[in-house]
Design a binder for this molecule. Sequence first.
Ligand code: PGA
Length: 253
Amino acid sequence: MRKPLMAGNWKMNKTIPEAISVVKALKSAVADVTDVEILICPTFTALYAVSNEVKDSNINIGAQSLFWETKGAFTGEVSPVMVKDTGCSYVIIGHSERRQYFGETDEIINKKMKAAITIGLTPIVCIGETLKERECNITFKVIEKQTRGGLTGLTLEQAALVVIAYEPVWAIGTGKTATPDQAQEVHAFVRKIYAEMYKDAAEKIRILYGGSVNSGNVSELMKKPDIDGGLVGGASLEVESFAKLVKYSKQQL
Ligand code: PGA
């Protein structure tokens, strides 16, 4: 019922020519994929060129962040309408690197979320506990706070459009993936909280897992009922690894 979404988060990697060359090759490598929605999130500078390159393909494009104001004196920021203008349909919001290095709070994330939805971008909201929080047994408390704080104040219609990415901070870029059971436990909890907030929308939304996902561990993760896709950093940078990951269902045959 929920179509899996495999999203590549390129972070601060690739110049425009590098980005173009990867998506060109990716386009043909995944041309036959229909059972999974494919998304690539390049840097701001490459968005326009990359989205032109993937026009008429099965690859969608997303930004890695945005600002909530429409225009004005906000040096260095990029507005929702500008992101939309590049051809994007998605935007990642509140990635743990944004929270950690750029001071994004649940309140800021909530503003960005609403701005994204208003302009017609699908937000992928990131949540996740740090290692210290997991060791202190406050994972669920943190997840509940981030889910409620970041996603408050939506209409039921808007709530059904959201994508949530559970990315334990200790698993990002470390090669240390959460086990499928660990991830499923949090995903089911997130869906339960979301159901308390937005009732039936909880069954419609996709909850992605992120944190050292690769072509070797993706199929086990995807077997879990509440894992609806992946937000992939490192393994999305190369065509071969990302194409293999996107085609995870074929590995089970
Ligand atoms: P990773 O990054 O796959 O390199 O761990 C995931 C992310 O930060 O979105």
